[in-house]
Design a protein around this ligand. Structure first.
Ligand code: GTP
Ligand code: MG
Length: 359
């Protein structure tokens, strides 16, 4: 899964990118490296994985990860950067919104900035739709095919919504329509997390910033979430570890680093859940869309396991913890369930797949 960092110039994208991925890319006080693109890997924090690791003491622990792409700032009316291929195929957008005052840019106005950025996404999509519709018209004139007529209908519906300034994610498209246009990688169709980069002095405000800036309506839209962080404070948090970090966070009234919260929000925004595999070798989190069938879940581990799928041995997370990782106890209590290929795997379940691949 891939997250695209996007936002107006100087909103703190690269600062957050460094924190999310543990990179050390130079941030831009002045206009440098406008076209630069950074990519990195972020680990999705999961306390359950930490606890399973403590129990099983495996050689290796693997968390779910995101690929993160950091784009240069998109100024109003200058959306060229949005064409970047590595960015277009992101699964979700993390929009970094300036909510701190800046000498050059003035007071913070997150609502205006959110509208401005969304407008660039909409216009970018509209350009793609219009180009494609022109081609389709010419092609249909020459030779009419059902497939192209259908595509034209769907794109005309999409165009209508975009012209009414409705992002495609909130346009109420039918599943069929949404699927039909997926190949275009429309930006306003991607789920979006607006992250307010708040002034460090306002950190105590917490979730109230959403009200303060009048963003409750935006937060309620489909495929949309609003979160907050202070990049400046997060950078300080990242310098500390263990008890020192805990004490620093407690002083600020924070339960955990905002980065952890943001990554979990992205995970949920994408409709993902995790199942786990455990053992002496590895404890691992496997991200899957909620409701994934057991056979497809097995396929994320290995295609052979999906192909030769027999049964999934499934245990709930709480039961594994209560049994301190003893499968013998779990069996004795009748808590090891055998599930078939259509079983919808649930968040936190421990799975072991039985399979058989004919040689
Ligand atoms: N006061 C304050 N300054 C910040 C904050 N976050 C970032 N900055 C500063 O703003 C400047 C730009 O930060 P970047 O992270 O490079 O911003 P960006 O969005 O990647 O910028 P572009 O890629 O040029 O659009 C840097 O000098 C940062 O130190 C913040 O939360 N508060
Ligand atoms: Mg940057």
């Amino acid at each position: 899964m891939k997250i695209g960092l996007v936002g107006l110039p100087k909103s703190g994208k690269t600062t957050l990118f460094n924190l999310l991925t543990g990179s050390q890319v130079a941030t831009s006080r002045y206009d440098t490296g406008r076209t630069e693109l950074h990519t990195g890997i972020a680990r999705v924090p999961d306390e359950r994985v930490d606890r399973l690791t403590a129990i099983f003491q495996p050689k290796k622990t693997t968390f779910a990860t995101f690929e993160v792409v950091d784009l240069a700032g998109i100024a109003k009316g200058e959306r060229g950067g949005l064409e970047t291929k590595e960015f277009r195929n992101a699964d979700a957008l993390l929009h970094v919104v300036r909510a701190f005052p800046d000498d050059a840019l003035g007071a913070a106005d997150p609502k205006r900035d959110i509208v401005d950025l969304e407008t660039e996404l909409l216009l970018s999509d509209l350009e793609v739709v219009e180009r494609r519709l022109e081609r389709l018209e010419a092609s249909i004139k020459k030779r009419r095919t059902d497939v192209e007529v259908k595509e034209q209908e769907v794109l005309r519906r999409a165009k209508e919504r975009l012209e009414a300034e409705t992002p495609l994610r909130a346009a109420g498209l039918s599943d069929d329509d949404a699927r039909a246009i997926r190949g275009f990688t429309f930006l306003s169709q991607k789920p979006i997390l607006h992250c307010l980069n708040v002034d460090e002095k306002a950190i105590g405000e917490g979730d109230r910033v959403v009200e303060r800036y009048g963003l409750a309506d935006i937060a309620r839209q489909p495929g949309t979430r609003v979160a907050w962080a202070s990049a400046v404070i997060e950078a300080e948090v990242a310098q500390l570890a263990g008890e020192e970090q805990q004490a620093f966070l407690a002083d600020l009234g924070l339960a955990e680093p905002a980065i952890r919260r943001l990554l979990r929000e992205c995970f949920a925004l994408l409709g993902l859940v995790s199942f786990f595999t455990v053992g002496d070798d590895e404890v691992r989190a496997w991200p899957i869309p909620a409701g994934t069938r057991a056979q497809d879940a097995a396929g994320t581990v290995h295609s052979d396991i999906a192909r030769g799928f027999i049964r999934a041995e499934v245990t709930a997370y709480d039961e594994i913890i209560a049994a301190n990782g003893s499968f013998a106890d779990i069996r004795a209590k009748g808590q090891l369930r055998l599930e078939g290929k259509d079983y919808p795997v649930r968040d936190g379940e421990i799975c072991h797949f039985r399979f058989n691949v004919a040689k």
